[in-house]
Design a binder for this molecule. Structure first.
Ligand SMILES: [Zn+2]
Length: 507
């Protein structure tokens, strides 16, 4: 039907933790996921997903699927896809590199009918708190105001006018933990194609809430969010509603205006979009008092797993260091839990992950199978931690593409896996691939908030969260400087700026 529509697609995605002093670089993307041109296209085609890693391309795969399902004749123009493990803010130079690359690739792409960009929505760059807004601006500067720009984001995006205004169609994950990456890309794809086919005219309304909470209370399958996720899907069934989303923001951002948001896109029904965005915002505001739990410190957490005799016998216990969650951008070199384990963890077998490029340099000259004594930890974030001296046997030393150098130390009751690159240690394979048997462990330490539950399901009989003081503490809001009164640091009486003003609270 009609002429072929050419749609460019690109991805620049990283979730940043602004509190981490470890600056992310282009190298972190290239090490994890970086594809260009035809290599990208073949990876996102339906038969290419398994080869290149399903999740890293999933939004784009969903988008591609939408173009195949649609009656329009579409030519996809793959630019590039870059994804990195969460980390500290990206360096300013590498942000400039991405901007130039995007502009150059768009200019070289030839005539385009639409652009699809996949981002996280909570990326930080040194000196630039909203880098994604730069990418959207670059697209507008290169291709003009009229070209449809479809964007997909993570549910933990922090939204602002600078980010939303340049976008024609915005879709985000509707699950937490996230498992609808492909569906999100597909939704965005269908809307943009319907727009190109002149079947719909997307209009978007959004509301910003001055609240910032995370943790277990935000999971989609548990109250209080269960009802809100269900309502969101119900609203989306309305024939004129194209997309509904609640965005919960990443907690560890260096932005003065931060908080949850609701975004609704309808087919040329601005009032309906506004009404639903308001309803969802009211529902979110009503559950703000459900704050995340306060986790025990290391001593209590160790005492807790010691008591779980039967569960340890039947499998392992996973322990998440909730203050050093690499999955949320923490450095992964905290030593506080390690210190407690060495002092109080006797009689229990521990598997422990550590990121420490400095220690690996030292181990390079050590003999595998020989005894070593060295300092570990705190090499990336020395302000928050102190190194710990350990002695034991170097049981393995290897190079793994996504982690760089990896050393396994046998410290008696602790098996420590030291990596050069970021590691979330959320899969049993992280330990198993080092020759360690999960069944031999009493406790496997992980640096992931939620996904580890799924991967450790066959082995874990219980899990314990521990707080040690670090870059992923839930009470980060205590020290944050907000431009507007924000729950839970402040107690604004209403989320609507007008209502807050009426009640005498500055908005
Ligand atoms: Zn997320």
């Amino acid at each position: 039907m009609g002429q072929t529509k050419r749609i460019a697609m690109a991805r620049i995605a990283q979730e940043s933790n602004a509190l981490s002093p470890v600056v992310s670089t282009l190298e972190d993307f290239k090490r994890t996921h970086f594809l260009e041109g035809n290599a990208l296209l073949s990876a996102v085609m339906p038969d290419g997903q398994e080869v290149e890693g399903f999740v890293k391309n999933a939004e784009m795969s969903g988008f591609v699927q939408a173009t195949m399902d649609h009656e329009l004749d579409v030519e996809l123009v793959p630019l590039f896809s870059a994804w990195a493990v969460p980390g500290g803010p990206l360096s300013a130079e590498d942000h400039a590199w991405f901007r130039q690359k995007l502009r150059d690739d768009l200019a070289a792409a030839g005539p385009l009918d639409a652009v699809y960009l996949s981002v996280h929505g909570s990326m930080n760059v040194v000196g630039t708190p909203e880098p994604e807004a730069d990418y959207f601006k670059d697209i507008r500067d290169t291709l003009g105001e009229d070209i449809p720009l479809a964007v997909t984001m993570d549910l933990h995006a922090n939204l602002s006018s600078a980010k939303i205004d340049p976008i024609t169609i915005l879709c985000g994950y509707q699950t937490n933990p996230h498992r609808d990456h492909a569906k999100t890309g597909q939704r965005a794809g269908k809307i943009v194609l319907d727009l190109l086919a002149a079947k719909v005219k997307p209009v978007t309304a959004w509301r910003s809430l001055p609240m910032l909470i995370g943790g277990g209370m935000t999971l989609d399958f548990l109250p209080p969010m269960l009802g809100i996720f269900r309502a969101m899907k119900r609203f989306e069934k309305h024939p004129k509603v194209l997309s509904c989303n609640v965005y919960m923001s990443h907690l560890w951002l260096d932005q003065s205006e931060i908080g949850w948001a609701t975004v609704v896109t309808t087919d040329n029904e601005p009032q309906l979009a506004g009404e639903i965005a308001e309803k969802l915002a009211d529902m979110c505001w009503a559950v703000r008092h459900k704050l995340p739990p306060v986790f025990p410190g290391p001593s209590k957490a160790i005492a807790k797993v010691r008591k779980m005799r039967l569960r340890r016998k039947l499998g392992t216990i996973t322990m998440c260091d909730a203050s050093d969650v690499v999955g949320a951008g923490a450095p992964g070199d905290s030593t506080k839990l390690l210190k407690a384990i060495l002092a109080e963890g006797d009689g229990l077998t521990w598997f422990f992950p550590m990121r420490d490029p400095k220690a690996l340099k030292e181990l390079e000259s050590a003999t595998v199978g020989g005894d070593v004594t060295l300092e570990v930890g705190a090499s990336l974030d020395p302000a928050r931690n102190e190194p710990v001296t350990v002695s034991g046997k170097l049981s393995r030393f290897e190079y793994i593409e996504c982690f760089g150098q990896v050393a396994t130390l046998d410290l008696g009751n602790v098996q420590m896996v030291i990596t050069e690159g970021a590691n979330i240690a959320m899969k049993p394979d992280f330990y198993k691939d080092r020759g360690l048997r999960i069944w031999d462990s009493d406790v496997c330490v992980v640096k992931s908030f939620f996904p580890f539950h799924l991967y450790f399901l066959p082995y874990a009989r219980s899990s314990v969260y521990v707080t040690t003081g670090g870059t992923t503490d839930f009470d980060v809001w205590r020290n944050h400087d907000y431009a507007r009164p924000t729950w839970p640091k402040d107690d604004p009486t209403a989320w609507r700026p007008a209502d807050r003003a009426r009640r005498g609270v500055a908005s």
